[in-house]
Design a protein around this ligand. Structure first.
Ligand code: GLN
Length: 483
């Protein structure tokens, strides 16, 4: 059962091959067996999961089942879940139990999914390797001494190891696409505003976007159908019709215009990763697509621009964790200032503190114009590049990450090197357009992701482009040894 995709599981549940309770029990056993070595889950919700599975089976018996009824999933531990701890990978929220569900959680619950637990992540989603988590690093199922990517490393590893068929995740600068690439699974970052941020703990509000990860594009479509949509509780969510993302997913790619941004194939790209990506693009030509080189001249600015804007927004968002209202509180504070200082000093990890310091500096009087305002102006130019190329081509393709998964500890002492892991994904968040990553092959024995980027609200097209590749190839079926 554990090797089936969501689409296959939905068909099997419908055909009565097994019940949701049987499926849930089987996956909980796998989590029990493999989580001690992978560390992909922070919290496993065994009893509530079995209860939800019983309810799903009852709904099916009553003729009230939808496509996701009884399907087990897990949520990244950044989504608030009523009655279940939401830690955001931080000591600061180690004992935080949200009184309400995030919109994404609520919508998926209404669709009948069974939540198995909450997945590990970089602290407050700050990282590219899942090494900043208070709960320790996640291991990559393809190579246990390698990172799974980040910040949604637990979500990606759980799907890759077949512990759960689908998960939610978030992407502020690449955190869905990059770990999907490094773990050999599929992941979609929707258009900014497509998926509600209500109840999703804020890192950088103008960049954060929730999305699904699963083995196949078809499964991403099923999940997105039940995640997307306007939410009056999120002022940045967009009122835009939600199509059925499975419709048209198998349409022909004849005449599809693919742009290859030349900036995504230059210095810094591991040549073996480049070869895998080029082979994938050849496959698209066989499927009838036309390929041409394009340019995103300002994308070279995206890493420095992101590392001003994201920390600036984070420093403001994280000011709410003060030891007073919720979260960690230090022992025996002598006065209010001591309470603030020690609660934050003891509750946050090193990377989070670095971001708060950088962000506070960039926003301070005297530096605001030089850093934050300048970064916003450059962000506009980065966005304009995408708007311009999408007048010419339907989608952009390139590598998701410049390298395959690196070893645990290899980049943790060098933040700049770590920040460059997202060199191909960050511009997409700055522009707010959607992007996905699908397995495209292997380099050095580890998975390589192909990134596909589209115009605003072109998720259906991206899923179609990904699905056709998965019909023609079987990289998405590769399973790490031992799982
Ligand atoms: N790696 C990037 C960062 O550390 C992006 C993280 C994310 O997308 N949440 O900020």
């Amino acid at each position: 059962m554990h090797d089936k995709t969501i689409t296959e599981l939905a068909a099997a549940l419908k055909a009565g091959e097994f019940s949701s309770v049987e499926l849930t029990e089987a996956l909980l056993r796998r989590i029990e067996a493999h989580n001690p070595e992978l560390n992909a889950f922070i919290t496993v919700t065994r009893e509530p999961a079995l209860q939800a599975a019983r309810e799903a089976d009852a709904a099916r018996a009553a003729g009230k089942a939808g496509p996701l009824t009884g399907i087990p999933i897990a949520h990244k531990d950044i989504f608030c879940t009523a009655g279940v701890r939401t830690s955001c990978g931080s000591k600061m929220l180690d004992s935080f139990v949200s009184p309400y569900d995030a919109t994404v959680v609520e919508k998926l619950k209404a669709a009948g999914v069974v939540m198995l637990g909450k997945t590990n992540m970089d602290e407050f989603a700050m990282g590219s390797s899942n090494e900043t988590s208070y709960y320790g690093p996640v291991k990559n199922p393809w190579k246990l001494d390698a990172v799974p990517g980040g910040s949604s490393g637990g979500s990606a590893a759980a799907v890759a190891a077949r512990l759960v068929p689908g998960v939610t995740a978030t992407d502020t600068g690449g955190s869905i696409r990059q770990p999907a690439a490094m773990c050999g699974i599929s992941g979609l970052k929707p258009t900014y505003g497509r998926v509600s941020r209500y109840g999703m703990i804020a890192f950088a509000s103008s960049l954060d976007q929730g999305g699904p990860m699963a083995r196949t594009a078809e499964d991403l479509a099923l999940l997105l159908n039940n995640m997307a949509g306007f939410d009056p509780r999120d002022s940045t969510s967009v009122e835009h019709v939600v199509p059925d993302y499975t419709d048209g997913i198998a349409e022909s790619l004849e005449g599809l215009k693919i742009g290859l941004p030349k900036e995504f194939f230059g210095e810094g790209l591991d040549p073996e990763v480049g070869q895998v990506v080029e082979a994938a693009i050849k496959e698209y030509e066989k499927l009838g697509a036309e390929v041409r080189e394009v340019s995103l001249p300002n994308s070279k600015l995206s890493v420095p621009v992101y590392y001003v804007i994201a920390p600036a927004e984070a420093s403001s968002n994280l000011s709410r964790f003060d030891g007073v209202r919720y979260g960690y509180r230090c022992e025996n504070p002598v006065d209010l200032e001591d309470l603030y200082k020690r609660s934050r000093g003891e509750g946050f990890g090193a990377e989070v503190k670095r971001r708060i310091m950088v962000g506070t500096y960039a926003l301070s009087a005297g530096y605001y114009d030089a850093y934050y305002l300048k970064a916003q102006q450059l962000r506009r130019l980065i966005r304009d590049d995408f708007v311009r190329v999408f007048e010419e081509v339907d989608v952009l393709m390139g590598p998701t990450s410049p390298t395959v998964a690196f070893n645990i500890g290899e980049r943790s002492d060098d933040p700049l090197q770590m920040y460059l892991s997202d060199v191909y994904t960050i511009a997409v968040n700055l522009a707010g357009v959607p992007g996905l990553s699908i397995p495209a092959g292997f380099a050095k024995g580890l998975p390589v992701g192909l990134q596909v980027i589209g115009n605003y609200f072109s998720e259906a097209k991206l899923l179609n482009v990904a699905h056709k590749f998965q019909q023609a190839t079987d990289w998405h079926l590769a399973t790490p040894e031992g799982f």
